[in-house]
Every structure is written in C-alpha cells, then in structure tokens.
Design a protein around this ligand. Structure first.
Ligand code: PGA
Length: 252
C-alpha cells in the first residue's frame, strides 16, 4: 500500500497570507510521498489554484463535509460538490474534536462518509478510543474501535465499491495533542488496532485495499516509526503539520 501523509491544519493559520506561505513551504520540499493538505474551509479558495495538477503527489483535502449534496438550505454547511469544485480530493470526517466539541454522532458521521464517497471524494474517517478504554487494554480498545467503525460505515450501501476511496485514520483520543497529555501511542500498539481494522475489512467481502493511518502527536522525531511500520499506511498529522517538523517528515 502506498504510504500517505495527511496534514490536518485544524483552525490554523489565521490569515490567507500565512496559509499561502505555509503551503509554499510544503511545495518546496522534495518528496515522492503522497501528501494531503487539509486547510480550513475558508482557505480552500485561495489555495485551490495551486492544486490543479492531477499528477502531483500533493493533494488538497477538507476537514469536514455535509451529507446533503450538491446544494440546499443548510446554513453554514459545505457540500462534497463544492469541495470538488475547489480541487479537494480528500475530506477528514469524524475527527474526535468534532465529536467532542460539536457533538457529532456516529449517525451523522456515517451519513457524511456515505455522501462523500458517493460524490467521489476520498473520506479520511477518524476513529479512536478514549483513555478510559485504552486503560482496559488493547483487546478492549480494538473492540471499541471496530464497533465505532461499523456505526460510522452504516450508511454506505456498497462497502466494496466505496472502499476503493476510503481511508481510515486510527487516532486514539488520548494521544491527540489537543487533548493535553502529549502522550503518543507506540507503533506496535497502534498497529495492533490497525491490524484489527484491516481484518474487519477483509472479513467484509475480502476488502484489502483500505489504507489505515495512525494519528496522534506524530512529530519529526517519532514519525518514521509509524510511517515505516509494515502494517501502518501513513500518518494524519495535526500540530506538527504547521511546523518545520512536517517538512522533515515528508522529505525523502
Ligand atoms: P496532533 O493531531 O498531531 O496534533 O495530535 C492529530 C489529529 O488530530 O488529527
């Protein structure tokens, strides 16, 4: 599986000038890795003209999408068709910050994943357990994550065909830098959960082509351990994607 490195800029940076500058810095790095940049919606229009080449290994993504498509009376929402018109090919869905701060439910997430996949976007579906679950062990964590995954894929009618474009990001909530502790999972423990996710897809009609990334406090120092791990297909990177660390991570 081709390794993929996705940058989740979250609600950063503040101005369009800073966003352009950051992207220019990423563009300067020599890499043959597939890199997906997910800026805030508001910066998509200014960055979009830099993503017109279909052959470039640098791709554009968004951080959310609404389930109705292509347009309608949904105040504040953005559709898959709109994202595509701005050259976005990927979209992060179900991030734990949205689950926590905006009360996004598995039901909403599942509608978003289905709508994005049907529209031809590549959903990066985020799943992961809270610390209370991980404290009960990896086996319990696997069970939690698989249960979440099933709920988040429920609205997809044909999983086999949607799977061609589907990416899963395993992000243990306690490892995400936003939530404080700055703890990172180990490549070995996260790869156990990632293997379970891959087994789940294999069991669902032999689906073997779903990439599964790790996310949560990945930085310049620990990135190689995750990205080069045989079971892990890449990384979803938040805080470090705004810094020099990111250039080091994607440099090959
Ligand atoms: P982090 O965020 O790298 O800052 O922990 C990852 C994510 O939330 O996707």
């Amino acid at each position: 599986m081709e390794k993929l490195i996705a940058a989740n800029w979250k609600m950063n940076p503040v101005t369009r000038e800073e966003a352009t500058k950051l992207l220019r810095q990423v563009e300067k790095v020599k890499t043959n890795r597939k890199v997906v940049i997910c800026p805030p919606f508001i910066h998509l229009s200014v960055l979009s003209p830099r993503f017109t080449s279909r052959t470039s290994s640098l791709k554009l993504g968004a951080q959310d999408v609404f389930w109705e498509n292509p347009a309608g009376p949904y105040t504040g929402e953005i559709s898959a068709a709109m994202l595509k018109s701005y050259n976005a090919e990927y979209v992060i869905i179900g991030h734990s910050e949205r689950r926590r701060f905006l009360n996004e439910s598995d039901e909403m997430i599942s509608k978003k994943v289905a709508a994005a996949a049907a529209a031809g976007l590549k959903p990066i579906l985020c799943v992961g357990e809270p610390i209370s679950v991980r404290k009960r062990g990896i086996a319990v964590s696997k069970k939690f994550v698989l249960n979440q995954l099933k709920k988040d894929l429920k609205e997809i009618r044909n999983l086999k065909s949607a799977a061609r474009n589907l990416i899963i990001a395993y992000e243990p909530i306690w490892a995400i830098s936003t939530f404080g502790a700055g703890q990172v999972d180990s490549p070995d423990d996260s790869s156990e959960v990632i293997s379970a996710i891959k087994k789940f897809f294999l069991g669902a009609g032999g689906i073997a082509n779903v990439s599964v990334l790790y996310g949560g406090s990945v930085n310049g120092k620990n990135a190689a351990g995750f990205i080069n791990h045989p079971v892990i297909d890449g990384a979803l990177i938040g805080a470090a994607s705004l810094k020099k660390d990111f250039f080091d991570i994607i440099r090959t």
